[in-house]
Design a protein around this ligand. Sequence first.
Ligand SMILES: C[S@@+](CC[C@H](N)C(=O)[O-])C[C@H]1O[C@@H](n2cnc3c(N)ncnc32)[C@H](O)[C@@H]1O
Length: 294
Amino acid sequence: MKPSKQAAKIGATVTSADNMPEIREGQTVALLQELHILTRDGKMNQDSRRKLKQVYHLYQFIEPLLKEVLASKESVTLVDHGAGKSYLGFIIYDLFFKALQDSHIYGIETREELVARSQELAQKFNFPGMSFLPLSVAESTESKLLPEQIDVVTALHACNTATDDAIQFALKKKAKHIVLVPCCQAEVASVLKKNKGQSLGKSALTEIWRHPIHTREFGSQITNVLRCLQLEAHGYNVTVTELVGWEHSMKNELIIATYKNLPRKRPAERLKEVLETVGLQEMNTRFFAEEEVA
Ligand SMILES: C[S@@+](CC[C@H](N)C(=O)[O-])C[C@H]1O[C@@H](n2cnc3c(N)ncnc32)[C@H](O)[C@@H]1O
């Protein structure tokens, strides 16, 4: 696959004439080169092919959410937590935000060198509606550099409890849509492990997490179950699917939550009940707001 001379110029985008079937039309070739998805001569290796496939797959879910926001207002804001090299943010901006006025993508990332590189790229490609902040997800929730309200919140493989912080961020910012692909989370498994002595024997179901490998796997699964109930307990409609294209990764669960002001009582009760049943009461403050715990 080779980009045409036209597409090889900075700012030039892929068209149907370019014979680049793996790249979406409208995508800036030089941007993909800077992101090391395409080589200088327009080739793609196995790793970058997989990365692009993953991001495009996720984009298919995000694009209709952005359109839904724009059906009711003139601009849209998106925050990407644990942005890393910001593949997701840049590809969404290039395909969707570039054509909009007053819309903005914020990338939140603790590693300053990645933030600096993303800022440099946004400047190079003249993407004024992109900002990158060297903050943790938790810090960004309090930061004055971000607006009070955010429309769409994403967190793609944000490490460990960063996904939980992204949920707190989204709830505080009254996000309309939340798109999460959680990474492994060790916190719940460690509490299950700590309380194993007390829980074992209470019910035959505690066998589910008796062996250490099961403690880890069950810990990971129950974490996402609790996250879904937490979102439902805040009025969101939640769907959970497999993120295909992620077949080489164990971390392929996609959680999409859309605010619908749904009844909160039942999911809140279920959340409390699940925490008690599996001996995780001490984690109430992770999944309930302070006033809800009191
Ligand atoms: C596995 S990478 C994923 C990067 C990117 N989202 C992707 O999928 O290509 C996780 C990123 O989250 C960042 N990170 C981890 N914990 C964070 C936190 N609490 N706040 C902000 N960034 C965090 C890491 O520095 C890392 O760049």
